[in-house]
Every structure is written in structure tokens, then in C-alpha cells.
Design a protein. Structure first.
Length: 311
């Protein structure tokens, strides 16, 4: 896939090298290397240039960032395109925002080689004659549904990963907890891997990394609560572990609370996965800086417990 960036050199950038200009624009080292390897990847007023070239006011710098299946990008193994259902909330030349369904892993693994979000995205791109390595910025657990963002080029991935690290990407989740949750609060409890497990996490004040989650109860139905969860940090299984630690675990969570069947309002209900949904995603556009906000409604398997609420 080819992405072209054009800049008119302003007075404050005159006298700096192209290398410095790229650094100031947050091009990563790998992006600069790719530009240098690409024929006519770095041009000033239609002339090919090296990164040590000094820029002058009013000049036009054109960058051509080209990635194809034969390019050495990210060291990724080849992902097999597969025509799986894909719900796209937004797309432009820099990113994809996808409403991922529950039960779909994000990345291929030994047991999930062709049934992942990555396989679906690669098929979607191939059908449009495009190619870009699969770069998922906010990976969701297999059984967590909701919004996730994919960078379509190396530059947008540089910016989005930095935004994630600096907490400029804001996420809100909706969860169903077992028990009547307090009205609101904050959980500040460090999380570590369980010593006897390669998967499970636990609150551990000795070995854990700091983790902070804000919660708000939205509704109660029987002995269940619909909660809005806002993570301040992004530890593995953070929301699931924090809610269990608080005493209100997520229903349907095979690791932390394997309770699947409930009886509410005279009706039997069942959920097959942890009741967790990434409902909103907000961040500045990686290139334009325009504020973006996306919402994904509760999926039906969660909505059945709270049909009176539309978060």
C-alpha cells in the first residue's frame, strides 16, 4: 500500500535536516529506513534527497511510504487471508476501526491460525488490491467484543502506538457483573501473572504493575449490574481481574468466574463468554489530529440481560 505525505516547509522548520524534520513529525526509525529504501521515497521539489539535506522555507517535501507483501516490515509472518465477517465502523487511508465480534481472536496462534481478526482484515485488504501488515493498536481478548483500531500504514502506527502509550486513546467498556455493584468508584490495585499459570492474572501488591480502573453502575437487574468501566492503564485482563478483586466478577468469564446461566424476570438466560464489550473509542486522528469518537452498541448476548438500557 502506498501512502504519500506532502509538507510545505514553514519558517520554524527551515534550516533543519530532513532527518530532524521526520523525527519532529514522529516518524519512527523503521519508517525512516523504509522511506530511504524506497525509490523516490524522499523528494524535495521533485528531486530525490537524502535525510541529511537541509530544508528551506517554502520547499515541498514529499514522502512516499510504500509497503507490499515482499517488503521487510515488522518481521511479521504471513497471515492467510480468510473471508470472515467484518464489521467496519470507520475507514480511511490511515486506519480501520472495527467492531470485533465475541469469539474471534485478534492474532493468529497455534490453535487459531485462520479464524482471527487478522485473517479477516488481510482478506478485506486483498479484495481491494491493498496490502498492509496487520497492526492492531488496542488488542481485545478473544471473547471481548467491541471497537478496535488497525493502523493501515507504518506512519499511522507510529502515532497510534505512541498515543496508546501516552494514554491519549480513551476507551470505555461495558460489563455485566455478578452482584449489585456500588454506584461508582476507582480500583487502584497492581496486577501480575499468577505464579502457577501462563494465562491468568491476579492482584498482587508485591509483584504487580500498577493498574487503575474507574467504574460506574448503570443499571441493576436482579442480582446483576450493568457497569461502565474506564481503564486508566492497560494491563492484561485488567478489567476482569479488577472486578473479581472488588467482589463483582464478570459473568461468563471462564478464567475468573465461570457462571453462565441465570434466571431473570421469569426467563432463563445464558451467556457463553465474559460479558465485556468495548463500547466507545476516542482518539485524535494520527495524521490530521482531528478528534475521533466511535460507539458500538451492546451485542445481543449482553443486551438480553438489560433490554431496558441502551448505553
Amino acid at each position: 500500500m502506498k501512502r504519500i505525505f506532502t509538507y510545505e516547509i514553514q519558517p520554524e522548520d527551515a534550516g533543519t535536516s530532513i532527518r530532524t524534520f521526520l523525527k519532529n513529525k514522529n516518524f519512527s526509525r523503521s519508517a525512516v529506513v523504509l522511506l530511504k529504501k524506497t525509490e523516490n521515497g524522499i523528494m524535495v521539489d521533485s528531486n530525490r534527497c537524502y535525510v541529511n539535506r537541509i530544508l528551506n522555507e517554502g520547499e515541498i517535501l514529499t514522502l512516499s511510504l510504500i509497503e507490499n507483501e515482499n517488503a521487510e516490515t515488522d518481521g511479521q509472518e504471513k497471515i492467510i487471508p480468510n473471508p470472515l465477517p467484518l464489521s467496519i465502523a470507520y475507514e480511511d487511508e490511515d486506519l480501520l476501526v472495527i467492531n470485533k465480534s465475541a469469539g474471534m481472536p485478534t492474532h493468529p496462534s497455534l490453535r487459531h491460525y485462520t479464524d482471527t481478526l487478522a485473517n479477516a482484515v488481510m482478506f478485506y485488504a486483498k479484495e481491494r488490491g491493498e496490502y498492509y501488515p496487520f497492526r492492531c493498536i488496542n488488542r481485545l481478548d478473544r471473547d471481548t467484543s467491541g471497537l478496535t483500531v488497525i493502523a493501515k500504514n507504518l506512519y499511522s502506527s507510529c502515532i497510534l502506538y505512541e498515543d496508546m502509550k501516552k494514554r491519549r486513546i480513551k476507551r470505555t467498556y461495558y460489563a455485566i457483573t455478578d452482584g449489585v455493584l456500588p454506584a461508582c468508584g476507582t480500583i487502584d490495585a497492581p496486577i501480575a501473572r499468577k505464579e502457577e499459570s501462563v494465562i491468568a492474572r491476579t492482584v498482587d501488591f508485591t509483584r504487580g504493575e500498577r493498574a487503575v480502573t474507574h467504574f460506574e453502575r448503570l443499571a441493576v437487574n436482579g442480582g446483576l449490574s450493568l457497569a461502565k468501566l474506564t481503564p486508566e492503564t492497560g494491563r492484561t485482563h485488567q478489567l476482569r481481574v479488577h472486578m473479581r478483586y472488588l467482589g463483582f466478577p464478570l459473568i461468563g468469564d471462564f478464567l475468573y468466574h465461570p457462571a453462565y446461566d441465570f434466571y431473570l424476570g421469569g426467563e432463563a438466560m445464558r451467556i457463553e463468554r465474559q460479558a465485556l464489550h468495548a463500547g466507545t473509542l476516542a482518539f485524535p486522528h494520527p495524521v490530521s489530529g482531528e478528534p475521533l469518537l466511535f460507539r458500538a452498541p451492546l451485542p445481543e448476548d449482553m443486551r438480553q440481560f438489560f433490554p431496558m438500557v441502551i448505553p
